[in-house]
Design a protein around this ligand. Sequence first.
Ligand SMILES: [Zn+2]
Length: 172
Amino acid sequence: MVVSVSGLALVSKVGLMIVNGGRYGKYKLCLADGSGVISEHTKWQDAVEAKARLTHPEALNYVLSLGYEPEEIRQRLWRALHILSLGYVDEIEPGRDYEVESESEAELFYRVRRPARSSVLECDCPDYWRSYTSGQCQWERYENAVVCKHVLAVLLFEGAYRSDKEGYNALG
Ligand SMILES: [Zn+2]
């Protein structure tokens, strides 16, 4: 059954999930209770785009509006959109302290913090510290600071794309 997306109320009630179609290589955007398929995609990124268009259109539009970004940053941005669309970002102290659930491992949480006197976020995931010590994944648009997918998810959650938002480090 393919569900018409006019049923947005239904979508917000039961949520959405992306299901990997296995050997057919298709990704399906489904209602989270398994009752219907909204769309099918050959690429994971297209499925995330379709999902984010329904759950976080502003964040999606921001990511789509970016110009050239290094491939490693671009990949992390899509992962961040996915994390955001899963509702995995939890605000502990606005602007300072967040908990982000792992994209791949249930019940694993990372802490994303903006230390005092700092405008950029830090994460305690292994990927962040690997990038930090090797000097990789520094994002030019973000004060050249290191970004992992959790940091990016928090930036999107905060509405970093809104340059008029006060108190946050708006991205260009
Ligand atoms: Zn991280």
